[in-house]
Write a protein that binds this ligand. Sequence first.
Ligand SMILES: NC(=O)c1ccc[n+]([C@@H]2O[C@H](COP(=O)([O-])OP(=O)(O)OC[C@H]3O[C@@H](n4cnc5c(N)ncnc54)[C@H](O)[C@@H]3O)[C@@H](O)[C@H]2O)c1
Length: 272
Amino acid sequence: MDVPGFALITGGGSGIGRACAKTFARDGAAGVALLDLNHDGLLAVKAEIEEQQRNLAKDNSCRVEVFVVDVRNEDQVNTTVAEVARTFGRLDYVVNAAGVAKKHEGGAAFAATDDWQRVLDVNLTGTFFVLRASARIMLNQPRLLSSIDGRELSRGVIVNFGSILGAVGVSMSTAYTASKHGVLGLTRTASEDYAAQGLRINAICPGYIETPMTTQDALVRQVMAERVANAVPMQRMGSPQEIADGVVYLSGGRSSFVTGTALFVDGGYTER
Ligand SMILES: NC(=O)c1ccc[n+]([C@@H]2O[C@H](COP(=O)([O-])OP(=O)(O)OC[C@H]3O[C@@H](n4cnc5c(N)ncnc54)[C@H](O)[C@@H]3O)[C@@H](O)[C@H]2O)c1
């Protein structure tokens, strides 16, 4: 998929972030840095990647570094992003997959302030902190060369996590829907800030994907099963790998003229 260089992935200890990390490693990244709150999850994904790379037929070593980081913490984010760039020598791809979801029983009128703040802090402000720290580093590094045809690619690529709920709304999702609409706005404005200087900044918008986020909570599971049956043209949930494929496309040389966009990977949900 033409992803030489080094990737940093938040939320890398679970679900879609985990699938992204494994796909970058498999498709040719020289190193991946995984950031998450969940230390055990990080160590498990690191071990999975190392096992995967050993089992690949060709020589495919990929350095894996893990960092326990709360993306809401500005200082931790700045320090860790700088450390990753120092460790790898550069920072080519940043995937902002850390996120939390919350259903507010009774809808917006009954949503708790704490829930609103937590979801906005992780999904939107956390994405901003990581984007800002990464862009400052990327703007000062030379462009990466394609591993396929040697042409100059970008100075750096950032993929933010929107959602179908970045474009539409469903009930009981006040904070999450607002946060994901915000991520698309952040993506659009930041992409324009740096398009001419060689940064590409895009969003990926998953539909209903089978991960711990969607399978652990009974209310979420129930709402989702109804939506999948009635509103997803493909009538199934997606897999984390199907989202990772979109992320690696948006990161690699095959999307070298793509910036400021949102790629919906949703089984057709938003065509309706
Ligand atoms: N699963 C879906 O159906 C779906 C749909 C649309 C968008 N998304 C988005 O995809 C992204 C990944 O979600 P997922 O389904 O893999 O969820 P997940 O719960 O499996 O993984 C999310 C990861 O983010 C980490 N995280 C949470 N808060 C954090 C914080 N403050 N700092 C650092 N890490 C933190 C968690 O520890 C977890 O490992 C999220 O942004 C989510 O909103 C998911």
